[in-house]
Write a protein that binds this ligand. Structure first.
Ligand code: CS2
Ligand code: MG
Length: 375
């Protein structure tokens, strides 16, 4: 099954998305998300200028071989741009293969290990009261797990402050049945994270996410020594080597690598297999800067891997959903990828063309004295 064409689509139906479409000689095509928030065009160029010319003529069925070819053949390994490009190729090839066999992708990944995928939504507010209101809204929508973030009144940023007071209030209002998550967004030092984890223990968090920057994997030892609050990390990781020590030393409880940023389904399966041995579960990143193509792929992965933990779910805008019609659905706090052949996610190229790329960057966070801080 020869690859006859491959092209990159960049569109902005509310925010920027990069999508790779691979077409085969028998007319079957597959899609892969290649979106890297704030650096979208780098991945688009990596694909168009360097990967697409090498894809034409290859056998689309050789997914593992093609993965190794682009990973090892480039000589320059790893990194978010390279790994997002490889992820897009890999996801599109899994889509092609599942479509050619007329099965939903999860059937090729070992079949369903569960009936549905537990997801968490985001309750954010500029102060504690607003976060409690947002939390109540998610509970009403049927979510069984909600991430809660509250800002400091008077400051424009809404990330990661007042967590103990917020958690105490949420447990009082909503009881112990709902899962609560919190994202510290890499902002704390290890000892600050250890103290926060300790302070949050009475509130039984599902997880504390990105407590400290994880380039230095051993820094999690310090946090781990001091707290039983479960830890999650991985949305900025690209390969298994970014989390090998974290997993093998059991320094984390959830690995949050994503299909699009960590080398696609092929590589994510390897990370999940390593994690399974060490009783670490998956917790796939699912913010709105990952396209519906990634969301669909993540849900097939989540449904199939045995050590799945939870999937993040932030619904996309109506415009995005129209550009990417999809078979996945949400109901009563859980999701399902649907049973359409392949990923079950399409790209309406004519509609996408109406939303051209708009340059955009992630916000920069500074301390009050002007020092640049982690996001
Ligand atoms: C966040 C993301 O979803 C999360 O957990 O950390 O919103 C993250 O900031 C963005 O995906 C960055 O592009
Ligand atoms: Mg996060």
């Amino acid at each position: 099954m020869k690859i006859t064409d491959a092209k990159v689509n960049v569109c902005c139906p509310g925010r920027n998305f990069v999508t790779l479409k691979i077409v085969t000689e028998d007319g079957i095509y597959g899609l892969g998300d290649a979106t890297l928030n704030g650096r979208e065009l780098s991945v688009a160029s990596y694909l168009t200028d360097h990967v697409v010319p090498l894809l034409i003529g290859r056998d689309a069925r050789r997914i593992e071989d093609i993965w190794q070819y682009f990973y090892k053949g480039a000589y320059w390994r790893r990194g978010p741009v390279t790994m997002s490009a490889i992820a897009a190729v890999d996801t599109a090839l899994w889509d092609v293969k599942a479509k050619s066999l007329n099965v939903p992708l999860y059937q090729l990944l070992g079949g369903a290990s569960r009936d549905s995928v537990l997801v968490y939504g985001h309750a954010s507010g500029s102060d504690l009261e607003k976060t409690v209101e947002a939390f109540a809204h998610y509970v009403k929508l049927g979510y069984k797990a909600v991430r809660a973030q509250s800002g400091i009144p008077g400051l424009s940023s809404t990330y990661g402050v007042g967590a103990p007071q917020l958690l105490a209030r949420l447990r009082k209002e909503f009881g112990s049945q709902i899962h609560i998550l919190h994202d510290a967004h890499h902002r704390l030092t290890p000892i600050e994270a250890a103290r926060l984890g300790k302070d949050l223990e009475p509130f039984r968090l599902f997880w504390l996410e990105d407590p400290t920057p994880a380039e230095l994997q051993e820094s999690f030892r310090l946090i781990r020594q001091h707290t039983t609050t479960p830890l999650a990390v991985g949305e900025v990781f690209n390969t298994i080597f970014d989390c090998q020590q974290l997993i093998q030393e059991q320094l984390i409880d959830y690995i949050r690598t994503t299909v699009v940023h960590a080398g696609g389904i092929t590589h994510l399966k390897k990370i999940a297999s390593l994690a399974e041995i060490y009783q670490v579960r998956t917790g796939s990143h699912g913010a709105t800067d990952l396209s519906p193509v990634c969301m669909g792929a993540a849900l097939h992965f989540d449904l199939s891997v045995h050590n799945f933990g939870i999937q993040e779910y932030m619904p996309h805008t109506a415009e995005t959903d129209k550009v990417f019609p999809h078979a996945y659905s949400f109901k009563d706090g859980v999701m399902h990828p649907g049973d359409a052949p392949g990923l079950g996610v399409d790209l309406d190229e004519a509609l996408a063309a109406k939303y051209p790329y708009e340059r955009a960057y992630l916000p920069i966070n500074r301390k009050l004295d002007g020092t640049i801080h982690n996001w």
